[in-house]
Design a protein around this ligand. Structure first.
Ligand SMILES: Nc1ncnc2c1ncn2[C@@H]1O[C@H](COP(=O)(O)OP(=O)(O)OP(=O)(O)O)[C@@H](O)[C@H]1O
Ligand code: SF4
Ligand SMILES: [Mg+2]
Length: 433
Protein backbone atom coordinates (compact mmCIF):
# COMPACT_ATOMS: atom_id res chain seq x y z
CA UNK A 1 0.00 0.00 0.00
CA UNK A 2 1.33 3.44 -0.97
CA UNK A 3 0.82 6.64 0.95
CA UNK A 4 2.85 7.67 3.97
CA UNK A 5 -0.14 8.57 6.05
CA UNK A 6 0.35 12.35 5.85
CA UNK A 7 -2.93 13.95 4.83
CA UNK A 8 -2.64 15.97 1.63
CA UNK A 9 -6.30 16.77 1.02
CA UNK A 10 -9.02 16.82 3.65
CA UNK A 11 -12.58 17.17 2.46
CA UNK A 12 -15.22 17.82 5.09
CA UNK A 13 -18.98 18.02 4.60
CA UNK A 14 -18.49 19.12 1.01
CA UNK A 15 -21.55 20.01 -1.03
CA UNK A 16 -21.57 21.19 -4.61
CA UNK A 17 -24.99 22.05 -5.93
CA UNK A 18 -25.75 23.36 -9.40
CA UNK A 19 -28.78 25.58 -9.50
CA UNK A 20 -31.21 24.87 -12.29
CA UNK A 21 -33.86 27.30 -13.39
CA UNK A 22 -36.31 24.61 -14.47
CA UNK A 23 -38.91 24.78 -17.22
CA UNK A 24 -41.76 27.25 -17.36
CA UNK A 25 -44.02 24.46 -16.15
CA UNK A 26 -41.73 23.72 -13.21
CA UNK A 27 -41.90 27.35 -12.16
CA UNK A 28 -45.70 27.34 -12.47
CA UNK A 29 -45.96 24.45 -10.02
CA UNK A 30 -43.52 26.09 -7.66
CA UNK A 31 -40.44 24.05 -8.48
CA UNK A 32 -38.20 27.08 -8.73
CA UNK A 33 -34.74 27.29 -7.27
CA UNK A 34 -34.20 23.55 -7.59
CA UNK A 35 -30.62 22.38 -7.32
CA UNK A 36 -28.77 19.38 -8.65
CA UNK A 37 -27.03 17.94 -5.61
CA UNK A 38 -24.01 16.75 -7.54
CA UNK A 39 -21.86 16.38 -4.41
CA UNK A 40 -23.95 16.01 -1.30
CA UNK A 41 -22.05 15.99 1.97
CA UNK A 42 -18.80 14.23 1.20
CA UNK A 43 -15.99 13.85 3.71
CA UNK A 44 -12.76 12.07 2.88
CA UNK A 45 -9.01 12.28 3.14
CA UNK A 46 -6.38 11.82 0.50
CA UNK A 47 -3.00 10.78 1.88
CA UNK A 48 0.27 11.80 0.34
CA UNK A 49 1.50 9.28 -2.23
CA UNK A 50 -1.67 7.23 -2.47
CA UNK A 51 -4.02 6.52 -5.35
CA UNK A 52 -7.63 6.97 -4.34
CA UNK A 53 -10.10 5.64 -6.87
CA UNK A 54 -13.46 7.37 -7.17
CA UNK A 55 -15.85 4.91 -8.76
CA UNK A 56 -19.51 5.22 -9.70
CA UNK A 57 -22.00 5.25 -12.55
CA UNK A 58 -22.48 8.20 -14.84
CA UNK A 59 -23.99 11.19 -13.04
CA UNK A 60 -22.89 10.11 -9.57
CA UNK A 61 -20.86 13.32 -9.13
CA UNK A 62 -17.28 12.08 -9.65
CA UNK A 63 -16.18 14.88 -11.97
CA UNK A 64 -17.88 17.53 -9.85
CA UNK A 65 -16.11 16.26 -6.73
CA UNK A 66 -12.76 16.23 -8.56
CA UNK A 67 -13.28 19.73 -9.91
CA UNK A 68 -14.45 21.13 -6.58
CA UNK A 69 -11.33 19.68 -4.99
CA UNK A 70 -9.22 21.70 -7.39
CA UNK A 71 -11.27 24.85 -6.91
CA UNK A 72 -12.51 24.72 -10.52
CA UNK A 73 -16.14 24.58 -9.37
CA UNK A 74 -17.26 26.59 -6.33
CA UNK A 75 -18.28 24.58 -3.27
CA UNK A 76 -21.79 25.24 -1.97
CA UNK A 77 -20.87 24.23 1.55
CA UNK A 78 -18.20 22.42 3.51
CA UNK A 79 -14.45 22.64 3.24
CA UNK A 80 -11.48 21.38 1.25
CA UNK A 81 -8.06 21.66 2.86
CA UNK A 82 -5.02 21.19 0.69
CA UNK A 83 -1.70 20.92 2.53
CA UNK A 84 -3.50 22.30 5.58
CA UNK A 85 -4.96 25.36 3.81
CA UNK A 86 -8.62 25.92 3.10
CA UNK A 87 -8.99 26.31 -0.65
CA UNK A 88 -12.70 26.98 -1.10
CA UNK A 89 -12.27 30.58 -0.03
CA UNK A 90 -8.88 31.52 -1.53
CA UNK A 91 -8.21 34.81 -3.30
CA UNK A 92 -7.70 34.56 -7.07
CA UNK A 93 -3.96 35.13 -6.62
CA UNK A 94 -3.56 32.37 -4.03
CA UNK A 95 -5.73 30.06 -6.09
CA UNK A 96 -3.43 30.54 -9.07
CA UNK A 97 -0.43 29.58 -6.96
CA UNK A 98 -2.32 26.60 -5.60
CA UNK A 99 -3.27 25.45 -9.09
CA UNK A 100 0.35 24.77 -9.95
CA UNK A 101 0.35 22.17 -7.24
CA UNK A 102 -2.81 20.39 -8.42
CA UNK A 103 -3.51 19.35 -11.98
CA UNK A 104 -6.24 17.53 -13.83
CA UNK A 105 -6.16 15.12 -16.76
CA UNK A 106 -9.43 14.72 -18.62
CA UNK A 107 -11.01 11.85 -20.45
CA UNK A 108 -10.70 13.13 -23.99
CA UNK A 109 -7.08 13.88 -24.95
CA UNK A 110 -8.18 15.25 -28.30
CA UNK A 111 -10.42 17.91 -26.76
CA UNK A 112 -7.74 18.73 -24.19
CA UNK A 113 -5.22 19.86 -26.80
CA UNK A 114 -5.58 22.96 -28.94
CA UNK A 115 -5.34 21.71 -32.55
CA UNK A 116 -3.52 24.90 -33.58
CA UNK A 117 -0.70 24.49 -31.06
CA UNK A 118 2.32 22.28 -31.56
CA UNK A 119 3.07 19.74 -28.83
CA UNK A 120 5.98 21.93 -27.66
CA UNK A 121 3.67 24.94 -27.34
CA UNK A 122 0.87 22.99 -25.65
CA UNK A 123 3.04 21.16 -23.14
CA UNK A 124 5.10 24.31 -22.43
CA UNK A 125 2.02 26.51 -22.06
CA UNK A 126 1.71 26.16 -18.24
CA UNK A 127 5.35 27.31 -17.85
CA UNK A 128 4.55 30.41 -19.87
CA UNK A 129 1.28 31.21 -18.09
CA UNK A 130 2.95 30.99 -14.70
CA UNK A 131 6.11 32.78 -15.92
CA UNK A 132 8.29 29.88 -14.85
CA UNK A 133 10.78 29.68 -17.73
CA UNK A 134 13.18 32.21 -19.15
CA UNK A 135 12.82 32.37 -22.89
CA UNK A 136 11.64 29.94 -25.54
CA UNK A 137 14.77 27.84 -25.45
CA UNK A 138 14.35 26.96 -21.78
CA UNK A 139 10.69 26.14 -22.35
CA UNK A 140 11.67 23.84 -25.22
CA UNK A 141 14.32 22.09 -23.18
CA UNK A 142 11.97 21.47 -20.28
CA UNK A 143 9.23 20.27 -22.62
CA UNK A 144 11.67 17.88 -24.29
CA UNK A 145 12.64 16.50 -20.89
CA UNK A 146 9.07 15.92 -19.78
CA UNK A 147 8.07 14.38 -23.14
CA UNK A 148 10.77 11.78 -22.70
CA UNK A 149 9.53 11.08 -19.17
CA UNK A 150 6.08 10.24 -20.54
CA UNK A 151 7.45 7.99 -23.28
CA UNK A 152 7.32 10.39 -26.22
CA UNK A 153 10.94 9.77 -27.13
CA UNK A 154 13.05 10.93 -28.80
CA UNK A 155 11.35 14.25 -27.99
CA UNK A 156 12.64 15.92 -31.20
CA UNK A 157 10.22 13.72 -33.12
CA UNK A 158 7.24 15.16 -31.27
CA UNK A 159 8.05 18.77 -30.36
CA UNK A 160 6.87 20.31 -33.61
CA UNK A 161 4.03 17.92 -34.33
CA UNK A 162 0.38 18.90 -34.04
CA UNK A 163 -2.17 16.91 -32.02
CA UNK A 164 -3.69 15.57 -35.24
CA UNK A 165 -0.34 13.88 -36.05
CA UNK A 166 -0.53 11.80 -32.84
CA UNK A 167 -2.49 8.68 -31.89
CA UNK A 168 -4.95 8.78 -28.99
CA UNK A 169 -2.46 7.23 -26.61
CA UNK A 170 0.30 9.62 -27.66
CA UNK A 171 -2.02 12.57 -27.21
CA UNK A 172 -2.88 11.45 -23.69
CA UNK A 173 0.84 11.14 -22.98
CA UNK A 174 1.27 14.75 -24.11
CA UNK A 175 -1.64 15.83 -21.89
CA UNK A 176 -0.03 14.05 -18.95
CA UNK A 177 3.29 15.75 -19.77
CA UNK A 178 1.54 19.12 -19.66
CA UNK A 179 -0.03 18.21 -16.31
CA UNK A 180 3.26 17.29 -14.64
CA UNK A 181 5.51 19.98 -16.12
CA UNK A 182 4.84 22.28 -13.15
CA UNK A 183 5.76 19.56 -10.67
CA UNK A 184 2.35 19.23 -9.03
CA UNK A 185 1.76 17.12 -5.93
CA UNK A 186 -1.81 16.14 -6.75
CA UNK A 187 -3.18 14.86 -10.02
CA UNK A 188 -6.89 14.37 -10.55
CA UNK A 189 -7.22 11.91 -13.43
CA UNK A 190 -10.79 12.00 -14.72
CA UNK A 191 -11.33 8.76 -16.69
CA UNK A 192 -7.91 9.20 -18.33
CA UNK A 193 -8.06 5.98 -20.35
CA UNK A 194 -11.74 5.44 -21.06
CA UNK A 195 -11.59 6.97 -24.54
CA UNK A 196 -8.44 5.14 -25.56
CA UNK A 197 -8.14 1.83 -27.41
CA UNK A 198 -8.05 -1.20 -25.14
CA UNK A 199 -4.52 -1.96 -26.32
CA UNK A 200 -3.05 1.27 -24.92
CA UNK A 201 -5.08 1.63 -21.73
CA UNK A 202 -2.83 -0.55 -19.60
CA UNK A 203 0.29 1.19 -20.96
CA UNK A 204 -1.00 4.63 -19.99
CA UNK A 205 -1.92 3.40 -16.51
CA UNK A 206 1.53 1.84 -16.14
CA UNK A 207 3.04 5.17 -17.17
CA UNK A 208 0.95 6.97 -14.58
CA UNK A 209 2.13 4.61 -11.84
CA UNK A 210 5.77 5.12 -12.90
CA UNK A 211 5.30 8.90 -12.86
CA UNK A 212 3.66 8.75 -9.48
CA UNK A 213 6.76 7.06 -8.18
CA UNK A 214 9.25 9.36 -9.97
CA UNK A 215 7.46 12.63 -9.15
CA UNK A 216 6.02 11.75 -5.74
CA UNK A 217 2.49 12.28 -6.94
CA UNK A 218 -0.83 11.63 -5.26
CA UNK A 219 -3.75 10.63 -7.47
CA UNK A 220 -7.48 10.94 -7.37
CA UNK A 221 -8.37 8.48 -10.11
CA UNK A 222 -11.92 8.85 -11.38
CA UNK A 223 -13.46 5.94 -13.22
CA UNK A 224 -16.62 3.94 -13.69
CA UNK A 225 -14.53 0.85 -14.30
CA UNK A 226 -13.98 -1.18 -11.14
CA UNK A 227 -11.91 -3.73 -13.01
CA UNK A 228 -9.03 -1.32 -13.76
CA UNK A 229 -9.40 0.45 -10.43
CA UNK A 230 -8.49 -2.85 -8.80
CA UNK A 231 -4.90 -2.89 -9.91
CA UNK A 232 -4.43 0.87 -9.97
CA UNK A 233 -5.77 2.09 -6.63
CA UNK A 234 -4.67 1.78 -3.02
CA UNK A 235 -8.09 2.77 -1.75
CA UNK A 236 -11.44 3.03 -3.43
CA UNK A 237 -14.39 5.31 -2.76
CA UNK A 238 -17.71 4.24 -4.24
CA UNK A 239 -19.91 7.19 -5.13
CA UNK A 240 -23.66 7.13 -5.65
CA UNK A 241 -25.82 10.18 -6.27
CA UNK A 242 -23.41 12.66 -4.76
CA UNK A 243 -22.43 10.60 -1.73
CA UNK A 244 -19.61 8.25 -0.80
CA UNK A 245 -21.41 5.02 0.07
CA UNK A 246 -18.34 2.88 0.75
CA UNK A 247 -14.65 3.65 1.12
CA UNK A 248 -11.70 1.51 2.08
CA UNK A 249 -8.57 -0.35 0.95
CA UNK A 250 -8.97 -1.82 -2.55
CA UNK A 251 -8.44 -5.43 -1.43
CA UNK A 252 -11.19 -5.11 1.18
CA UNK A 253 -13.61 -3.60 -1.34
CA UNK A 254 -12.97 -6.42 -3.83
CA UNK A 255 -12.85 -9.28 -1.38
CA UNK A 256 -15.71 -8.28 0.85
CA UNK A 257 -17.85 -5.53 -0.69
CA UNK A 258 -20.35 -4.39 1.91
CA UNK A 259 -22.70 -1.88 0.32
CA UNK A 260 -25.35 -3.47 -1.93
CA UNK A 261 -24.38 -0.98 -4.64
CA UNK A 262 -20.70 -1.97 -4.47
CA UNK A 263 -21.76 -5.62 -4.62
CA UNK A 264 -23.84 -4.93 -7.72
CA UNK A 265 -21.03 -2.98 -9.42
CA UNK A 266 -18.63 -5.86 -8.79
CA UNK A 267 -21.07 -8.42 -10.14
CA UNK A 268 -21.41 -6.27 -13.26
CA UNK A 269 -17.70 -6.60 -14.14
CA UNK A 270 -17.59 -8.77 -17.25
CA UNK A 271 -16.00 -12.12 -16.61
CA UNK A 272 -12.81 -12.52 -18.70
CA UNK A 273 -13.50 -16.21 -19.22
CA UNK A 274 -16.59 -16.40 -21.44
CA UNK A 275 -17.38 -19.97 -20.33
CA UNK A 276 -18.14 -18.70 -16.87
CA UNK A 277 -21.39 -16.90 -16.65
CA UNK A 278 -21.60 -14.36 -13.90
CA UNK A 279 -24.98 -12.65 -13.61
CA UNK A 280 -24.75 -9.07 -14.74
CA UNK A 281 -27.58 -7.98 -12.54
CA UNK A 282 -27.08 -4.34 -11.80
CA UNK A 283 -30.22 -3.35 -9.93
CA UNK A 284 -33.16 -2.19 -11.94
CA UNK A 285 -33.64 1.35 -13.05
CA UNK A 286 -31.51 4.33 -13.78
CA UNK A 287 -29.56 6.57 -11.43
CA UNK A 288 -32.29 8.88 -10.05
CA UNK A 289 -32.44 12.62 -10.68
CA UNK A 290 -29.91 14.34 -8.40
CA UNK A 291 -32.22 17.35 -8.20
CA UNK A 292 -34.90 15.24 -6.48
CA UNK A 293 -33.08 12.35 -4.82
CA UNK A 294 -35.08 9.52 -3.24
CA UNK A 295 -35.95 9.90 0.46
CA UNK A 296 -33.83 8.06 3.03
CA UNK A 297 -31.10 6.08 1.31
CA UNK A 298 -30.76 7.33 -2.27
CA UNK A 299 -30.11 3.79 -3.45
CA UNK A 300 -33.29 2.28 -2.00
CA UNK A 301 -35.38 2.19 -5.23
CA UNK A 302 -32.74 -0.06 -6.81
CA UNK A 303 -31.58 -1.94 -3.74
CA UNK A 304 -32.44 -5.65 -3.54
CA UNK A 305 -31.90 -5.57 0.24
CA UNK A 306 -33.82 -2.42 1.16
CA UNK A 307 -36.08 -2.67 4.19
CA UNK A 308 -38.47 -0.73 6.46
CA UNK A 309 -36.34 2.35 7.24
CA UNK A 310 -34.66 2.82 3.85
CA UNK A 311 -36.95 5.61 2.63
CA UNK A 312 -39.97 4.17 0.82
CA UNK A 313 -42.33 6.78 -0.57
CA UNK A 314 -44.91 7.77 -3.16
CA UNK A 315 -42.54 7.70 -6.15
CA UNK A 316 -41.73 4.07 -5.41
CA UNK A 317 -45.42 3.23 -5.69
CA UNK A 318 -45.55 4.96 -9.06
CA UNK A 319 -42.58 2.91 -10.23
CA UNK A 320 -44.10 -0.30 -8.91
CA UNK A 321 -47.36 0.28 -10.80
CA UNK A 322 -45.52 1.26 -13.98
CA UNK A 323 -43.37 -1.86 -13.80
CA UNK A 324 -46.47 -3.97 -13.22
CA UNK A 325 -48.25 -2.49 -16.22
CA UNK A 326 -45.23 -2.86 -18.46
CA UNK A 327 -45.48 -6.62 -17.90
CA UNK A 328 -49.21 -6.90 -18.58
CA UNK A 329 -51.33 -7.56 -21.66
CA UNK A 330 -52.70 -4.37 -23.14
CA UNK A 331 -56.34 -4.94 -22.13
CA UNK A 332 -55.57 -5.66 -18.48
CA UNK A 333 -53.16 -2.78 -18.32
CA UNK A 334 -55.69 -0.31 -19.72
CA UNK A 335 -58.38 -1.43 -17.25
CA UNK A 336 -56.07 -1.04 -14.29
CA UNK A 337 -54.73 2.28 -15.46
CA UNK A 338 -58.28 3.60 -15.86
CA UNK A 339 -59.24 2.57 -12.33
CA UNK A 340 -56.06 3.97 -10.74
CA UNK A 341 -56.15 7.25 -12.69
CA UNK A 342 -53.25 9.65 -13.01
CA UNK A 343 -50.03 8.72 -11.22
CA UNK A 344 -48.80 12.28 -11.32
CA UNK A 345 -49.74 13.13 -7.70
CA UNK A 346 -47.23 10.44 -6.66
CA UNK A 347 -44.37 12.48 -8.17
CA UNK A 348 -44.19 14.67 -5.09
CA UNK A 349 -42.10 12.71 -2.61
CA UNK A 350 -44.22 11.87 0.45
CA UNK A 351 -44.66 9.08 2.96
CA UNK A 352 -48.42 9.31 2.65
CA UNK A 353 -50.58 8.97 -0.46
CA UNK A 354 -54.31 9.16 -0.97
CA UNK A 355 -55.52 7.66 -4.19
CA UNK A 356 -59.04 7.79 -5.57
CA UNK A 357 -60.87 4.64 -6.59
CA UNK A 358 -61.81 1.65 -4.48
CA UNK A 359 -60.09 -0.68 -6.98
CA UNK A 360 -56.63 0.48 -6.01
CA UNK A 361 -56.52 -1.62 -2.85
CA UNK A 362 -57.38 -4.79 -4.78
CA UNK A 363 -54.70 -4.01 -7.36
CA UNK A 364 -52.09 -3.46 -4.68
CA UNK A 365 -53.13 -6.65 -2.86
CA UNK A 366 -52.75 -8.57 -6.09
CA UNK A 367 -49.36 -7.03 -6.85
CA UNK A 368 -48.20 -7.98 -3.38
CA UNK A 369 -49.49 -11.55 -3.64
CA UNK A 370 -47.70 -11.96 -6.97
CA UNK A 371 -44.35 -10.78 -5.60
CA UNK A 372 -44.34 -10.76 -1.80
CA UNK A 373 -40.52 -10.64 -1.68
CA UNK A 374 -40.42 -7.24 -3.43
CA UNK A 375 -38.59 -4.96 -0.91
CA UNK A 376 -41.14 -2.18 -1.50
CA UNK A 377 -43.66 -4.01 0.73
CA UNK A 378 -41.38 -3.82 3.77
CA UNK A 379 -41.75 -0.04 3.63
CA UNK A 380 -45.55 -0.03 3.58
CA UNK A 381 -46.92 0.67 7.03
CA UNK A 382 -50.62 0.79 6.18
CA UNK A 383 -52.99 0.48 3.23
CA UNK A 384 -56.61 1.25 3.98
CA UNK A 385 -59.72 1.87 1.95
CA UNK A 386 -62.01 4.65 3.08
CA UNK A 387 -64.74 6.65 1.30
CA UNK A 388 -63.86 5.40 -2.16
CA UNK A 389 -60.19 6.30 -1.55
CA UNK A 390 -57.16 4.32 -0.58
CA UNK A 391 -54.77 5.68 2.03
CA UNK A 392 -51.20 4.46 1.94
CA UNK A 393 -48.57 5.19 4.57
CA UNK A 394 -44.93 4.32 4.48
CA UNK A 395 -42.51 4.08 7.36
CA UNK A 396 -40.63 7.31 8.06
CA UNK A 397 -37.27 7.31 6.26
CA UNK A 398 -34.00 7.18 8.16
CA UNK A 399 -30.94 8.69 6.48
CA UNK A 400 -28.01 6.25 6.46
CA UNK A 401 -24.69 7.24 8.04
CA UNK A 402 -21.17 6.44 6.87
CA UNK A 403 -19.92 4.17 9.66
CA UNK A 404 -16.84 1.97 10.10
CA UNK A 405 -17.39 -1.71 9.41
CA UNK A 406 -14.34 -3.99 9.39
CA UNK A 407 -11.69 -2.41 7.18
CA UNK A 408 -14.05 -0.06 5.35
CA UNK A 409 -16.58 2.65 6.03
CA UNK A 410 -20.01 2.04 4.61
CA UNK A 411 -23.23 4.05 4.43
CA UNK A 412 -25.96 1.43 4.69
CA UNK A 413 -28.50 0.58 7.38
CA UNK A 414 -27.55 -3.10 7.15
CA UNK A 415 -24.34 -2.22 9.06
CA UNK A 416 -25.93 0.19 11.52
CA UNK A 417 -27.18 -1.42 14.74
CA UNK A 418 -29.46 1.51 15.53
CA UNK A 419 -31.16 1.40 12.15
CA UNK A 420 -31.58 -2.38 12.36
CA UNK A 421 -33.13 -2.05 15.81
CA UNK A 422 -35.47 0.69 14.58
CA UNK A 423 -36.58 -1.49 11.66
CA UNK A 424 -37.18 -4.40 14.00
CA UNK A 425 -39.27 -2.17 16.26
CA UNK A 426 -41.39 -1.06 13.33
CA UNK A 427 -41.79 -4.60 12.10
CA UNK A 428 -43.12 -5.69 15.50
CA UNK A 429 -45.40 -2.71 16.03
CA UNK A 430 -46.57 -2.64 12.41
CA UNK A 431 -50.23 -1.86 11.98
CA UNK A 432 -51.87 -4.93 10.45
CA UNK A 433 -52.53 -4.30 6.77
N1 LIG B 1 -22.61 22.46 -15.09
C1 LIG B 1 -23.63 21.75 -14.62
N2 LIG B 1 -24.85 22.29 -14.44
C2 LIG B 1 -25.89 21.58 -13.95
N3 LIG B 1 -25.81 20.26 -13.62
C3 LIG B 1 -24.61 19.66 -13.80
C4 LIG B 1 -23.46 20.36 -14.31
N4 LIG B 1 -22.42 19.47 -14.39
C5 LIG B 1 -22.90 18.30 -13.93
N5 LIG B 1 -24.20 18.40 -13.58
C6 LIG B 1 -25.06 17.34 -13.00
O1 LIG B 1 -24.46 16.96 -11.78
C7 LIG B 1 -24.55 15.56 -11.58
C8 LIG B 1 -23.16 14.96 -11.43
O2 LIG B 1 -22.46 15.13 -12.67
P1 LIG B 1 -20.92 14.72 -12.86
O3 LIG B 1 -20.53 15.11 -14.22
O4 LIG B 1 -20.14 15.27 -11.72
O5 LIG B 1 -21.01 13.14 -12.72
P2 LIG B 1 -19.95 12.01 -13.15
O6 LIG B 1 -20.01 10.98 -12.08
O7 LIG B 1 -18.65 12.63 -13.44
O8 LIG B 1 -20.61 11.41 -14.47
P3 LIG B 1 -19.87 10.78 -15.78
O9 LIG B 1 -19.44 9.39 -15.38
O10 LIG B 1 -20.95 10.77 -16.79
O11 LIG B 1 -18.72 11.66 -16.13
C9 LIG B 1 -25.34 15.03 -12.77
O12 LIG B 1 -26.69 14.96 -12.39
C10 LIG B 1 -25.12 16.08 -13.83
O13 LIG B 1 -26.20 16.12 -14.73
S1 SF4 C 1 -29.57 1.63 3.44
FE1 SF4 C 1 -28.56 -0.21 2.65
S2 SF4 C 1 -30.19 -1.74 2.57
FE2 SF4 C 1 -31.16 0.26 2.74
S3 SF4 C 1 -31.54 0.86 0.62
FE3 SF4 C 1 -29.60 1.76 1.22
S4 SF4 C 1 -28.12 0.30 0.53
FE4 SF4 C 1 -30.06 -0.80 0.55
MG1 LIG D 1 -17.45 12.67 -15.10
Amino acid sequence: MSGNGEVLVKVDGLKTYYSIRGSFLDRLVGRTGAAVRAVDDVSLELRKGEVLGLVGESGSGKTTLGRTLLGLVPATDGSVEFEGREITRLSEHDRRLMRRRMQIVFQDPHASLNPAMTIAQAVGHPLEIHGLAKGREEVRLRVADVLERVGLAPAEQYLDKYPSDLSGGQKQRAVIARAIILNPVLLVADEPVSMLDMSVRAKILELMLALKHDFDLTYLYITHDLATAKFFCDRIAIMYLGRIVEIGPSEAIYEDPKHPYTQALLRAIPEPDPRRTIPRDLPRGEVPDAARPPLGCSFHPRCPKAFEVCGWESRDLKELLERRWAGMEEAGFEDEQASVGSLEPLDDPATHARMPGGAVKAILDEARAEDPAEPFWTGVRRIESADGHVEIDWHEPVAPRLLPSGQVEVECHLYDEEALAEAEKRRRSGIPR
